[in-house]
Ligand binder design. Structure first.
Ligand code: ADP
Ligand code: ZN
Ligand code: ZN
Length: 738
């Protein structure tokens, strides 16, 4: 017998939780020799059929070749994964120790993951024709749905998809009728018709000196990897800097990626970009249908879309001519994915800019300490906008000592008086309280018993609107207790303040003014957040109450008073980042005040009026505040002065979770002095949704050492038998410790 000629095998990445490629024989009835890396293939996998990505040829397999199966079909002619995305995914898989197949496949929109064709599933956008713009709606009284559709389209000159119209109750029958009359047309892209934009808003503003320095620096870095930290107080005109830097990139025929936090992708944000540029601007937001996502992906992939704005996962968008990345509010927690593939989109954005050799701008009024530290080390260029732009001034801060003060539902008399004055002047006031529901505790007046979630061992929040108890940790609900479970007492008292209770208190004090409450409960329905924001902009609501949803990014020109109802939350947390978070949140909230000519006022209620950090935050600067905290981190060797990785395990029996992590810990033998292990210890929140939670913290002074340790470790962790009984994960650079 002759030695067998080695068979050409295909290496395929599959979205399965295994850290390896899979080998397949070539397809039987297809031409496959010219197949490109990044093309989708269909393969058999167990009893299923999966869509995977071709990653190259090999001649040998650790699996007996005779047992290998064949690829069923090659789906694409050309690669869907560009080099920079491939590099990014490889890097991310390595750095976060997540299976490459999952990273690669999940970088594509869902319809492509399912193997759908790139061309057939497309969604068009309805635009008004000139005739449609000019129809006199009064003549349509007998067709009220058509009036609605036309009015809605008039508000959206950039065009609306059938899905977007459907969400407004506008059906296909209506669009067909309008299209027959030639009042609307379908086009593939969403864009503003030329001449529609008001010329006033389309022009760039005259930059102030600090903005000019920033724009010039960013422009000078085009075509090279360069990280800028654009550190500007709220309202300092960071967005104007982005817009002018982007303008240059567009002139060079390149594309721009703008990452925003989850709650930052408001219609106003998108509008600001659409009004400035006459190119197609795509927004990847949560209410898109899968078809629309695919459409957006294709437009970006073909280079037709020039600006793509999106949240975290947009970092994986295919943008062949990418020339600039902007990460707005770079400190925001929502850039970190907190489950499954635990990546940080800001950090990936920096890597992507590195692979693509382009500049990246990280913008924030309250940069993350990690980011500030890199700027101090000279790794990032620090661009500072010290003042508010235009005529606006920074608000005036006052810290209100509420120790021993009589409070009316959490508010002091002097605050109520202040609110009254602002309202009487015709202005809007905003109250910030980062706790939804009516009261965080329901307590027995006679024995002190409290209502507890049986699945989490945590207190349940009393919600007046639903007349139920809600657990904010596992989302479970319970009927309201009518009596104490311990002593039978009938009088149960809500203790503490939530946004619902604040709303009640303000309603009682100011019955003549309308109140808008913005929290997760009041904005659950699709579109309700937008409706609330619009009603606030129009001045319909005069009092705004909100959790952190209200804190970020919004521009409310008529808000002149911001009250922080309870500034004490961050002082007592187990998480070493709590103070940093608190400072960022308080400054972001405060930044909503007085953003136009009227000077704003911020009042902070606290039991710790002399706390030096509060003082630095409000009477000094974020820089001072951050420097103090960085100093503490240096002394205690916490990030950014050391590097963390966190193993988490959850199980219905505490012992299972603990034993699993004990096994993991044993794999570290012998432990290097450079690497500290802490745990296994119960998580700061020891039980959630019925599962016990335990963690093992790894801390290292150097990142490469930590990384190489983990790399060798994971295949061994996979072999631990206990693994079946627990849910475990590894979080590299965790941003939350519970
Ligand atoms: P940030 O993003 O830093 O919070 P914005 O970019 O939203 O700030 O700017 C705040 C306000 O200042 C906006 O109304 C904007 O139009 C205005 N603005 C920005 N730059 C200038 C400028 N150079 N001259 C006048 N007004 C400006
Ligand atoms: Zn009791
Ligand atoms: Zn719970």
């Amino acid at each position: 017998m002759n030695a067998k000629k080695p068979t050409k095998l295909l290496q395929i990445a599959l979205s399965v939780p295994m850290r390896r490629y899979f080998h397949y024989l070539p397809p039987k009835n297809e031409d496959w020799e010219g197949i490109q890396i990044g093309v989708r293939v269909r393969v058999p996998f167990g009893s299923r059929e999966l869509v995977g990505i071709f990653m190259g040829f090999v001649t040998d397999s650790d699996f007996p070749v005779a047992k290998l199966k064949s690829v069923i079909a090659v789906v694409d002619d050309n690669s869907l994964i560009s080099n920079d995305i491939l590099e990014l995914c490889l890097w991310a898989s390595d750095y976060y120790h997540h299976p490459l197949g999952e990273v690669l496949v999940n970088s594509l929109p869902i319809l492509l993951r399912q193997g759908k064709s790139l061309v057939t599933h497309q969604e068009n956008y309805w635009h008004l024709t000139t005739a449609g713009q000019n129809v006199d709606l009064a003549h349509l009284v007998r067709a009220p749905r058509q009036i609605e559709a036309l009015s809605y389209l008039r508000l959206h000159p950039e065009g609306l998809s059938a899905n977007q119209l459907r969400l407004q109750g506008i059906s296909k029958t209506i669009t067909s009728a309008l299209s027959e009359k030639e009042w609307i047309v379908e086009r593939l892209v969403q864009e503003m018709p030329v001449g529609y934009k008001s010329s006033e808003e389309g022009v760039s503003l005259m930059l102030n000196a600090a903005q000019q320095v920033a724009v010039s620096a960013i422009q000078a870095a085009s075509d090279s990897f360069h990280v800028f930290l654009l550190d500007g107080v709220t309202g300092s005109g960071k967005t104007e800097v982005y817009l002018q830097a982007i303008s240059q990139v567009l002139k060079d025929q390149k594309q721009v990626l703008v990452l925003v936090p989850e709650i930052g992708l408001t219609p106003q944000t998108i509008q600001r970009f659409r009004e400035r540029f006459s190119v197609s601007v795509i927004a990847l937001h949560s209410s898109l249908s899968e078809k629309e996502r695919l459409n957006a992906w294709r437009l970006a992939h073909s280079g037709e879309a020039k600006i793509l704005i999106g949240t975290r996962s947009a970092i994986f968008s295919s943008l062949p001519h990418l020339g600039l990345i902007v990460v707005d509010e770079e400190h925001d927690l929502s850039f970190k994915q907190q489950d499954n593939f635990r990546y940080h989109a800001r950090d990936l954005a920096i890597m992507r800019a590195h692979f693509k050799k382009i500049p990246i701008v990280l913008g924030s009024a309250t940069p993350a300490l990690e980011t500030l530290y890199k700027a101090q080390q000279g790794k990032f260029t620090h661009l500072i906008l010290p003042n508010r732009a235009g005529a606006a001034q920074l608000p005036q801060f006052s810290v209100l000592d509420i120790r021993n003060k009589q409070l009316e539902e959490g508010l002091s008399q002097s605050i109520l008086e202040e609110i009254r004055q602002h309202l009487q002047r015709g202005e809007q006031v905003m109250l910030f309280l980062n706790r939804r529901g009516f009261a965080p505790v329901l307590m027995c007046h006679s024995c002190g018993w409290m209502a507890i979630c049986k699945r989490c061992d945590m207190r349940m929040t009393y919600h007046k609107q639903t007349q139920r108890l809600h657990c904010h940790h596992c989302d479970s609900q319970a009927r309201l207790f009518t009596q104490c479970e311990a002593c039978g007492e009938k009088e149960l008292q809500p203790v503490g303040m939530g946004t619902e209770r604040l709303e009640h208190a303000l309603q009682k004090n100011f019955p003549e003014y309308s109140i808008a409450r913005i929290d997760r409960d009041s904005t659950q329905r699709k579109g309700s957040m937008e409706a609330l924001l619009e009603a606030i902009q129009s001045g319909e609501h005069r009092i705004l109450i909100g959790t952190q949803m209200l804190a970020k990014g919004h521009h409310f020109p008529n808000v002149t008073l911001v009250t922080i109802v309870d500034a004490d939350g961050g002082f007592f947390s187990a998480d070493f980042r709590a103070l940093e978070r608190m400072g960022q949140l308080l400054l972001q909230v405060a930044g909503r005040a007085g953003r136009v000519e009227k000077k704003g006022k911020v009042i902070i209620q606290t039991h710790h009026p002399d706390h030096p950090l509060l003082h630095q935050l409000f009477h000094g600067s974020y820089q001072q505040f951050a420097t103090t905290i960085l100093q503490e981190r240096l002394v205690t060797a916490l990030p950014p002065y050391s590097y963390f990785a966190l193993f988490r395990a959850e199980a219905y029996q505490l012992q299972h979770a603990t034993n699993f992590l004990q096994e993991v810990k044993k794999l570290f033998n012998p432990v290097s002095k450079e690497l500290q292990l802490l745990g296994p210890l119960p998580a700061p929140m020891p039980r959630r949704a019925g599962r016990y939670r335990v963690q093992l913290l790894l801390q290292a002074n150097q990142r490469p050492m930590l990384q190489s340790f983990l790399k060798g470790l994971l295949p061994e962790v996979e072999k631990i038998k206990m693994k079946q009984r627990v849910r475990w994960s590894l979080d590299v650079d965790p941003v939350e410790m519970f």
